[in-house]
Ligand binder design. Sequence first.
Ligand code: GPW
Length: 838
Amino acid sequence: SGKEKWPRGDETVWKTNMRGVDADIGDITKSVVNHVQTSLARQAYNLDNLGAYQAAALSVRDNMLVNWNETQLHYTRKAPKRAYYLSLEFLMGRTLDNALLNLDLKSQYKDGINQLGFSLEDLLEEERDAALGNGGLGRLAACYLDSSASQDLPVWGYGLRYKYGIFQQLISPEGNQLEAPDPWLDNQNPWELPRIDVNYEVRFYGQSERLSEGHGRALWTGGQEVLAVAYDVMIPGCHTRNTNNLRLWESKPKRGFDLNSFNAGNYEGAVESSNSAAAITSVLYPNDHTTFGKELRLKQQYFWTAASLADIIRRFKNLGKSINEFPDYVAIQLNDTHPTLAIPELMRILIDEEDLDWNFAWQIVTNVFFFTNHTVLPEALEKWPVPLMEHILPRHMQIIYDINMIFLQAVEKKFPGDRERLARMSLIEEGFPKQVRMANLACIGSRRINGVAELHSQLVQTTILKDFVEFFGVSKFGNVTNGITPRRWLDQCNPELSKLISSTLKIDKSVWLKDLYKLKGLVKYAEEKGFRAEWAAIKQRNKERLAHHIETTLGFTVNTNAMFDVQIKRLHEYKRQTLNILGVIHRYLELKAMTPAQRKKVNPKVVFFAGKAAPAYYIAKLTIRLIVNVARVINADPETKDYLSLYFLPDYSVSLAEVLIPASDISQHISTAGTEASGTSNMKFCLNGGLLVGTVDGANIEIAEEVGEENVFFFGHLTPAVEDLRYQHMYHPVPVDEACPALANVLNQISGGLFGDGGVYEPLVNTIRQGDYYLVTDDFDSYIRALAMVDEAYLDRDEWVKKSICTTANMGKFSSDRAIMDYAQEYWNLEPIPVGKD
Ligand code: GPW
């Protein structure tokens, strides 16, 4: 019949692989030894921790690969609708511990590694973070991959395989941030699979010639062609065989080098174009919330969206369906506007390559894409200069103009004569040069648009996309409040708490980790003294674990009897690390003014900061410098150091967060109201029983709704007041000395040189004295009062522990499983496809 039988040979023989769940210790040691000898070409006699880590990772990878292959085969056979998460950032952190827990192999590997004379804990520390992201947006993408796989959803991620991740942060003796490269691939990466057979050509520059009148086909030729090569990263689900894929693209020259130049003796010219091709995926842009309009960044965006779409279309075509069914089989989620070029790129493919007419193509496009907005800050809204776009992507610029013309005709029809509205909604912003507004393009090219917390989604609909709500109707707009994966952010980072929860609820963790509302069952134990003691003891041990980490890495001895107060996030004026450090100085000045007897009544506190500043963000870097120098002064003050100390922990990362978060008593989420779209570390702290002091902003609001307002410390002006206050500052400025004497005193101490040369900090201090766009002055007094309430609450330790328990117990909503299921049902129309269940 010509049909071959697969698999060849005896099927039962093919099926005897080492599948994770029934692997015994003997299999594990054998497999690790095998990798030491045959993958690493090393021996037991000269094996260090790094080698042992690599062998263990390769052994775990073998287990994942079996599941990964099975999952891909299963998805191919069942041919369900799939979703693709396009994100320029995936902040994955380390993989080994997470993989062991998701595969339920940790205790077996612990024993196996022990038998080989190593400790698993040591090996875990050998792994470098995969830090292919800046902050919340990138970490959210990583949590969403974990939740998709854990819920058996056919979701793939698409991103870039940067050779260098987010820079390493060093702090100079003066307190300045220095940046060093992050060559994370230097020790080899056992978690990626190069797929040299999966590659696509991507064109840049050249000419586009229209082949017909109107919005018909065009021919795009010439320019530079670059090769995109796939690297696959396996994403194991928690306690399921489903193992999804994260496909990262690497850029390569299409040909090794230009032989003509080489033969003519022009060696530099010969490698020039190959260098420029490799440059595309060489480094992650370290800017958070800002756009710079750099050519290389635009090339990254197009390179990645073009390769991903080509791959998605190839997979769809294998189904043998007609192209008009594309939206029934494919949903593409745009993580912010970074992948918006996918919209004109799909139009180009459908029109120029598939020969569809415009309206038919647009119909398909606007049913495939979904767009998530992550900020309403104007400086973060991407715009690309038209001349740059025309130069690099001439065909896409034509398509954008075509989309714009047809769209504006429709707007004019609905709102006749409203020229200002047309100007606001246009994809092109007038000016010198003109600019393409990516948020507008993403909005009109997508089926639905969402924000990332209730307040934020409301702000999106009433501010930046207000005109679009009026045009399309409100049903096109929605909210999906962010979430975090409880696997990494509770089970992995806080194993003792996880164990206590399982034994108290008498529910296996594989159940409550996937149904986080089960934590509600903890509420009643808040009244049990014994349980509270265990809960508090775990927090204490986590504080000691952090202190030990700091002692061994930085050499500081941290007072673990004090309250731990933590603010860890990217440095940004809107996040107001300034408010925090000014509050610390205020507290220090108060302590200095006390008698020793008065001081003895003060709640001792250790304040931790960590976070990176964008290398070109001057004020953010100056804030780090201030923090470091305040720490230098107050940690050395014998009168106060037992009551207040301060640490700036360099090189914040996912791995450092995993140590810091479980150790916190209180964490700070103090953005100017209306500026933090959601925040996600707020959820991580609360899930680990840390309380929250914060403004009425982003997901803080929903956390308070869930855990009860009596369990959070809110302060500051509300969102509707912010605009009025800014107006006041502009037109009726009041000097700080009048508006807030306590703050004025703190600023004067800085200027007066209490923390070294005061002149250095003038540019930072002046952002508050003049203009004060982020309203530090307006919120300072209520911030100090909120911190006083925190102190008071902490002194009643029993009540505090109750609050801590009730907080954790009510965090069910913030599992990223809930968020991803929401996307799957309300946006993508996706069903779980469990492997091995039929
Ligand atoms: F500006 N976020 C981020 F919206 O981490 F693009 N980087 C960014 O560049 C942007 C947003 C962008 C964050 C938000 O600030 C944070 O509030 C939110 O929780 C997170 O994205 C995930 O949605």
